[in-house]
Design a protein around this ligand. Structure first.
Ligand code: HEM
Length: 326
């Protein structure tokens, strides 16, 4: 068995050049003997969760992204802070994360069916995929076998997550440090078709932008005026805005239409128009004629993101509760 895995590894690396040796150990059938119904159980719970609160699809997708970008997809984002350690989830960019109790709820169901078997990192990966399916987006098969980390640092999260003020060179650098390229950046930014944002994530584009401009000139001025009516000052912490106004609960290509009209909410969204390759992609998908292509691209980039620095084999552990190491 072990020798066949060793033999298959180089083949997997050849077929999926971006795949690290650890990610090559992930397989769709990982729980087929130990927890064959894992995906069905998650789907059933997710149908209930998203059915009751469709606006949770975005937050559950974002949890997986913020997990994978800090220490890889090891569920470190779910760990609680302890005395003496401020965990990722208490870092500034993670203060607006939601969906933790939904993860706990699904984990409890899984533990009841298959105790000590399914990692929280795999659970987050399946839940993110299901969130997109239930928001009318694409389905893709997930590979499984991730293990859970035991370390979680707010400092690392603050340093490694991309800031909303990011430009293309900065975002490219951060994505490259996770093995993701410019194409993944423009494709995965399409996740902003789902969800909402708090005023401080974009208010600096509206007020005192620079010594020359009161508001960001890359933001459509009519749209800026509308945003100002909702977000009254940079300190307005309570107000939420839809990132893809009109269809923020549906996974579709309208995000790219907003961005192409200079109505992307963050500077990182607007930045996609400043590079020839990302601008071409935004404008192509914005036509609405290539929705299938975007769905395929998004699935591929999500698979790549789900492979970032995973723990496998004897590394890490299978947490019993997602918010605390065993
Ligand atoms: C390209 C770099 C990115 C930056 C700078 C960025 C930044 C942000 C910010 C600032 C928010 C709003 C937080 C708030 O104010 O509540 C947000 C929300 C969101 N982001 Fe991103 N993001 C990026 C990439 C991604 C990726 C790769 C994904 C997923 C694959 C993603 C998924 C989401 C979702 C779904 C929301 C809405 C969450 C909710 O409704 O609570 N983002 N992002």
């Amino acid at each position: 068995m072990r020798s066949s895995v060793v033999l298959l590894l180089p083949v997997a690396l050849l077929l999926f050049p971006g795949t690290t040796p650890a990610a090559a150990q992930l397989v769709e059938s990982f729980y087929s003997n130990t927890c064959p119904n894992v995906e069905a159980i998650v789907r059933e719970e997710m149908e209930k969760i998203i059915g009751a609160a469709p606006s949770l699809a975005g937050p559950l997708l974002r949890l997986h992204f913020h997990d994978c970008f800090v220490r890889g997809c090891d569920a470190s984002v779910l760990l609680n802070s302890t005395e003496g350690n401020l965990a990722e989830r208490d870092a500034k960019p993670n203060k607006s994360l939601r969906g933790f109790s939904s993860v706990d709820r699904v984990k409890a169901k899984i533990e009841a069916a298959c105790p000590n078997t399914v990692s929280c990192a795999d659970l987050l990966t399946i839940m993110a995929r299901d969130a997109i399916v239930l928001a009318k987006g694409p389905f893709w098969p997930v590979t499984l076998g991730r293990r859970d980390g035991t370390v979680s640092s707010a400092f690392e999260a603050a340093n490694e997550l991309p800031p909303s003020s990011g430009d293309i060179p900065q975002l490219t650098k951060i994505f490259a440090s996770k093995g993701l390229d410019l194409r993944d950046l423009v494709v995965l930014s399409g996740a902003h078709t789902l969800g909402t944002a708090h005023c401080p994530s974009y208010a600096d584009r509206l007020y005192n932008f620079s010594s020359s401009y009161a508001a960001d000139p890359m933001l459509d001025s009519e749209y800026a005026e509308k945003l100002k009516m909702r977000c009254k000052s940079v300190d307005d912490k309570a107000m939420l805005s839809e990132m893809d106004p009109g269809s923020y609960k549906t996974f579709d290509t309208s995000y790219y239409r907003h961005v192409s009209k200079r109505r992307g909410l963050f500077q990182s969204d607007a930045a996609l128009l400043t590079d020839a390759a990302t601008r071409d992609y935004v404008q192509r998908i914005a036509t609405g004629k290539f929705d299938d292509e975007f769905f395929r691209d998004f699935s591929e980039s999500m698979i790549k993101m789900g492979n970032v620095a995973v723990l496998t084999g004897a590394e890490g552990e299978i947490r019993k509760k997602c918010y605390v190491p065993n």
